[in-house]
Design a protein around this ligand. Sequence first.
Ligand SMILES: Cc1cc2nc3c(=O)[nH]c(=O)nc-3n(C[C@H](O)[C@H](O)[C@H](O)COP(=O)(O)O)c2cc1C
Length: 213
Amino acid sequence: MNSKTLTSISLGTPKRILRLDASASPGDSSSRKLGSYLLRQLEQGAPAIETRVRDLNTGLSFIDSNWIAANFTASDERDVKQSARLAFSDELIAELNWAEHIILTTPMYNFGVPATLKTWIDLICRAGVTFRYGADGAEGLLKGKRIDIVITTGGAPLDSPVDFVSGYLKQVFKFIGIEDINIIGADQMNVDGEASFATAISQIEQTYPAIAA
Ligand SMILES: Cc1cc2nc3c(=O)[nH]c(=O)nc-3n(C[C@H](O)[C@H](O)[C@H](O)COP(=O)(O)O)c2cc1C
């Protein structure tokens, strides 16, 4: 491979970003707004970006006994119905595999993650696909990726005893092999929303300084 080819690859290959949004509120959602800001900063700081977006409020359904049975059947022994039952989960996992960088935005709902996000987690945590069990216990299989997790709350402080969002999400993503985890928090939005939002914006700008035009 000559140097010209190398240059064209390094400048021409877009960074693959997957954006996942969990808030049930579409338009004026604070977590979604922060996710858009983060994405803009990334777009300005990188030569090229390819983005895929998935709204977790659309199209996800709970795992059930048929799904579990299909998942616990070896892939070469599944019947047509079982393969079909896992097809959407396969699609979600393919998206994760495709992405180099993930942006997840989520509010806190009742001290935890929204049910939509938990549903997505149940669909993407699959033994032999996103993690495996070996002699040393579980090993995550989605290596070399980064995730920014934007979390908003109304009254609960992040990292407090009533925050069952940030620690849980860190555990889930480490479990599937994503070790590079950055949490951006706009917590206690009902106490001083402007200040919380500004703190999160400044955290984003420090993490991803935009290149001045
Ligand atoms: C159903 C529901 C449950 C909530 N539960 C909590 C909670 O347990 N603790 C908290 O601090 N805020 C809670 N909130 C407030 C949201 O976390 C907060 O308003 C957040 O900024 C919403 O983000 P969004 O605008 O992106 O949807 C809840 C909001 C809703 C709608």
